[in-house]
Ligand binder design. Structure first.
Ligand code: GLN
Length: 196
């Protein structure tokens, strides 16, 4: 069975485990670096990216997470997790994992829209998907190898670059598991490729 870890340092990790299991894979809360060796893919949840980064440093996760991605294993960053994956953060010199060629802006939908829901069409994945945004970032720019899979009001809110997937919203908070199932499919494919 496919094993997908959910980084469990901070944020909405338990709900992701539920969504992974509803998509037919085993979901594992990851709190120690050694657990990464046993995983086929990883989800970095939403929460608060600066707090999560502090905990990543405290528990020496930064380099092991980078290596996990560089080995070709899939990583799905949602909301704060997307900020952690990005190669550039607008208005900041900070880069966390820097694994995905996207420039993001934090809290980008503004104060009036701290939290909202929107219907999205996600290219090749789902139509009429109810996405929950909470103090959400969006993607300002993508590099050449990045596929834009969904926009909302012309802002990029879902993108994929090879084994890396990033979304601005919280896919774990509804019972619509189609995006998580897409990630599980990416992990299945990579497991076959990495084994051959
Ligand atoms: N605004 C948060 C941050 O910058 C992300 C919000 C979220 O993950 N729901 O980290």
């Amino acid at each position: 069975m496919i094993k997908i870890g959910v980084l469990g340092l901070q944020g909405a990790f338990r709900e992701h485990v539920r969504s992974v299991e509803a998509s037919g894979a085993k979901g594992i809360i990851v709190k120690r670096v050694e657990q990464l060796d046993d995983l086929d893919g990883l989800i970095i949840p939403g929460g608060e990216s600066t707090t999560m980064r502090r905990l990543i440093d405290k528990y020496d996760f930064l380099e092991p997470l980078r290596q996990f991605g560089k080995q070709g294993k899939p990583i799905f960053g949602t909301c704060a997790g997307m900020i952690l994956l990005a190669s550039e953060i607008a208005g900041s010199d900070n880069v966390h994992l820097g694994l995905m060629d996207i420039k993001v802006e934090r809290n980008a939908f503004g104060r009036q829209r701290e939290s909202f829901e929107a219907d999205l069409d996600m290219k090749g994945i789902a139509e009429g998907y109810n996405a929950v945004f909470i103090r959400a970032p969006y993607i300002l720019e993508v590099g050449a190898g990045v596929d834009v899979l969904a926009t909302y009001n012309d802002k990029i809110v879902l993108a994929q670059q090879g084994q890396f997937l990033a979304c601005a919203f919280h896919p774990e908070l509804t019972d619509d598991h189609r995006l998580t199932a897409h990630f599980v499919g990416m992990v299945e494919n990579s497991k076959k490729t990495l084994a051959s």
